[in-house]
Design a protein around this ligand. Structure first.
Ligand SMILES: C[S@@+](CC[C@H](N)C(=O)[O-])C[C@H]1O[C@@H](n2cnc3c(N)ncnc32)[C@H](O)[C@@H]1O
Length: 417
């Protein structure tokens, strides 16, 4: 990977789809994907149907389905992860989380100048503890990890113990297994009067949007135990973008098959094939309402090898209103693309992009292969290089499908007033 000083941000446009490119030094030392994945996964309707039949035949409650899904997630080693079709997307998502964590640690510290208070953090929907290292680097004093998937909590705790056994300065931690959209965490903390500086909720809030009661409880857990000046921040799906893609897919489906569309129109239904690409697929459940309901707007989400689970749209204006009632003020709401363009300009953001391998080097260096064999996945960057003054340079980028998947998310932050 090129050193951070060699990075120069550029962006290229390809077929109305903004794709990122970051210029890199060609030094032959970039990460390689040792095995090209020949078999490209196209998420078909059949896949989605199979999934639906499997999940709903047992009549499981949504929370149980989500917990079961995350309980079944296997720990995969570094080698397997590096061969994933979404290797760079996963690293990019991790980069987003890192810059957010650093940003809000900085902000909360700036707000407490002169008070050398140790920072306490709640990680809501912590999963297997993918952010433990980030919190260690951030120098916090205490972390409460909460998740409804028992296996994930156990793995998180094990990871923490492994870190502790390796020595060095580490925060204290506690682990809670609970559905945070259904039970109040207050009685579950080790310290009865627990007060947090930060609550981080990464890629988890959308699961709570099933009902008003669940959103209220999730928000209560996120905000009620925050100190004044503390932040509740996170990443979640971008409902506007999801709906835009859903509507586009429906329009395309109509145009592609006039006859079938006419039949659907007669029946008052929409041809709902869903939408997606090589790495993700989304299909909305028919709620019988248009626009979708503000709670319980459910869709099946598949992300190559990582997620295969129903989620709900996050109606953001509603979330903002509900958070306001708890004394929270929205201070940031940005798409991942906006965040990328903001943080790539900052030294630390660029440095992290490089060390976290959040972008793929194009063209592939000798002996390595790109994550996709499809040239169209890299047309944006090939065109960019062609038109640049140094067409033999290499640049950091992401395959088109991965960047489209990243484009379905946003980051948010509220502060406690
Ligand atoms: C996509 S994973 C993200 C895990 C972690 N935050 C990360 O970024 O690596 C979503 C996690 O949220 C958890 N989750 C979803 N809904 C939850 C709820 N209502 N209460 C607690 N955990 C929840 C799931 O069990 C899962 O571990």
């Amino acid at each position: 990977m090129a050193d951070s000083g060699e990075l120069a941000a550029v962006s290229a446009l390809a077929q109305e789809q903004e794709v990122i490119g970051v210029k890199m030094k060609r030094d032959g030392g970039e990460t390689t994907i040792s095995e090209q994945r020949e078999k490209k996964r196209k998420c078909s309707e059949d896949d989605a149907d199979g999934y639906r039949a499997h999940k709903t035949a047992r009549g499981d409650e949504h929370g149980t389905v989500v917990a079961q899904h995350y309980n079944m997630q296997k720990e995969i080693g570094l080698e397997a992860r590096s061969q994933s079709r979404i290797f760079y997307l996963r690293n990019f998502n991790n980069w987003i989380k890192s810059v957010l964590i650093n940003e809000f640690l900085d902000q909360v510290r700036r707000g407490r100048v002169g008070q050398n208070q140790p920072l306490r953090v709640l990680d809501l929907g912590c999963g297997k503890g993918g952010d433990l290292l980030k919190w260690r680097k951030g120098g916090i004093a205490h972390l409460v990890c909460a998740d409804m998937a028992r296996t994930a909590v156990d793995q998180c705790q094990q990871r923490y113990m492994d870190m502790k056994n390796r020595g060095g300065r580490l925060f204290t931690a506690e682990f809670i297994c609970a559905d945070c959209s259904k039970s109040d965490l207050r009685g579950k903390f080790q310290k009865p009067d627990e007060a947090f500086d930060l609550c981080s909720c990464q890629f988890a809030f959308h699961y709570a949007m099933e009902s008003r009661a669940q959103v209220e409880m999730m928000l209560h857990n996120a905000c009620a135990h925050l100190r004044r000046g503390g932040f509740f921040f996170g990443t979640t799906s971008d409902a506007r973008e999801l709906m835009r893609r859903h509507q586009m897919a429906n329009v395309c489906a109509r145009e592609e098959n006039d006859g079938r569309a006419a039949k659907h129109e007669n029946e008052g239904t929409t041809p709902n094939k869903g939408f997606g690409n090589e790495v993700y697929h989304v299909r909305f459940h028919d709620t019988g309402t248009s626009p979708p309901p503000i709670f319980g707007a459910k869709y099946d989400f598949h992300l190559e090898g990582v997620v295969d689970c129903p989620e709900f749209l996050v109606h953001f204006p509603l979330l903002e209103c509900m958070a306001q009632k708890l004394g929270m003020k929205l201070v940031m709401k940005k798409t991942f693309s906006e965040l990328f363009h903001e943080f790539v300009k900052k030294d630390n953001g660029r440095h992290l992009l490089s060390v976290m391998q959040a972008l793929e080097t194009y063209p592939a260096s000798n002996g390595s292969q790109l994550v996709s064999a499809d040239e169209m996945e890299y047309k944006h960057v090939a065109d960019f290089l062609q038109n640049s003054s140094n067409p033999n340079d290499s640049v950091g980028t992401m395959s088109k499908s991965e960047w489209e998947a990243a484009g379905m998310y946003l980051a948010f932050a509220f502060t406690k007033q």
